[in-house]
Design a protein around this ligand. Structure first.
Ligand code: NAD
Ligand code: UFG
Length: 337
């Protein structure tokens, strides 16, 4: 199959392209490199053992997309989005334009090219401040910031479009907390500036690039007072995309699926597991809660198991080991060869 992977040079996209390439699919990466680099594409090719086609382009540009669809495409995976919650609050229009306008233009290009299968990167952020755990796909949806609103609207655009097109299939994948890296240590998450998420911050503290981790809140109603999340290995996510593409190729309609492990771990549990499995130390200090955070969120993952036959294989130890190998081998992410 020929799969157009929009945003394929990024963190989750690169792991997905490797998984698809290893399954023998033809992958075309389409990315404007606004949050990624060509080095990732070279390393994907190295892992797959053959060149990976790359088109530098923007999903908001019809002409760029026309080039991408020119050679025929069986399915689109749509990772291309801006994803910083904080930045979305200060620059909402940038997020609306990139994420929402980009998705509309991409759907138009798909229609023009008669491509009717899409796998879309959504997020557990669409559940907003849901206090009900584990969260099922039928839980109420809510946006708590402009980034989350774009994900919610993108889901709705794809759902409405799908309903208007009898032959269309759309798979909305709601990721919980993607972490870890490819076991080779060649591709991984390369945040610019100060990491906003827990695992990259932990690995940067462990390698002594940052002094101390701030644990946001020690007084949540959880087993040790710190926030609980459903961390899922990025390689498991990559495999879920391959299963979602298979679903899209054979089924019609639009479905939303949670992707997580179904287990919640607290911040302190993650730190302890990281220290135990890597031998590295993670000094931390408990500080005020971070505004907007919920106490605990983890997924009901039964639907992905039933529909896709997928379930996460890697536990928290493997997530920590692989994140650490990536950090050790690439102290500055992709900035250092
Ligand atoms: P990422 O930033 O590493 O990857 C996104 C890629 O899309 C980047 O390579 C970027 O250059 C590209 N891109 C952005 N806008 C584009 C545009 N207009 N045209 C072409 N390319 C564009 O992010 P990621 O962590 O790999 O996330 C992938 C997707 O998953 C995103 O849609 C994100 O919102 C979603 N998601 C991520 C997480 C997470 O914690 N990483 C959680 C839930 C959902
Ligand atoms: N945390 C810290 N210190 C840090 C960073 C995070 O204590 O330096 C804590 C948070 O308070 C939370 C947990 O670690 O309890 C996980 O935080 P992340 O920022 O890694 O992940 P979130 O669950 O807050 O957010 C993630 C994505 C969002 C998405 C959301 C959906 O980053 O984009 O999941 O649930 F919207």
């Amino acid at each position: 199959m020929k799969i157009l992977v929009c945003g394929g040079a990024g963190y989750i996209g690169s792991h997905t392209c490797v998984a698809l390439g290893q399954l023998g699919h033809e992958v075309v990466v389409f990315d404007n490199l606004s949050n990624s680099t060509r080095v990732a594409i070279d390393r994907m090719a190295e892992l797959v053992g053959r060149p990976v086609a790359f088109i530098q382009g923007d999903i908001r540009e019809r002409r760029d997309l026309a080039r991408a669809f020119a050679g025929g495409v069986d399915c689109v995976i749509h990772f291309a989005a801006l994803k910083s919650v904080g930045e979305s609050c200060s620059r909402p229009l940038t997020y609306f334009d990139n994420n929402i306008s980009g998705t509309i233009t991409l759907l138009q290009a798909m229609e023009a090219a008669q491509v009717s299968r899409m796998v879309f990167s959504s997020s557990a952020t669409v559940y907003g401040n849901s206090e009900q755990v584990p969260v099922t796909e039928s839980a109420p949806l809510q946006a708590t910031n402009p980034y989350g609103r774009t994900k919610l609207i993108m889901e709705e655009l794809i759902r409405d479009y799908s309903a208007s097109q009898p032959g269309f299939s759309g798979v909305l994948l709601r990721y919980f907390n993607p972490v870890g890296a490819h076991p080779s240590g060649r591709i991984g998450e390369s945040p610019t500036g100060t990491p906003a998420n827990l695992m990259p911050y932990v690995t940067q503290v462990a390698i002594k690039r940052r002094e101390q981790l701030q644990v946001f809140g020690g007084d949540y109603p959880t087993r040790d007072g710190t926030g609980v999340r459903d961390y899922v290995h990025v390689v498991d996510l990559a495999e879920a995309h391959a299963s979602a593409v298979r679903w899209a190729m054979t089924q019609q309609g639009c479905i939303a699926l949670n992707l997580g492990t179904g287990c919640g771990y607290s911040v302190l549990e993650l730190i302890r597991t990281f220290e135990r499995t890597t031998g590295a130390r993670v000094p931390y200090r408990i500080v005020e809660r971070r505004p907007g955070d919920v106490a605990e969120l983890w997924a009901d993952v039964s639907m992905a198991r039933e529909v896709l036959g997928w379930q996460a294989r890697h536990g928290l130890e493997r997530m920590c080991e692989d994140a650490w190998r990536w950090q050790l081998n690439n102290p500055d992410g992709y900035q250092v060869a």
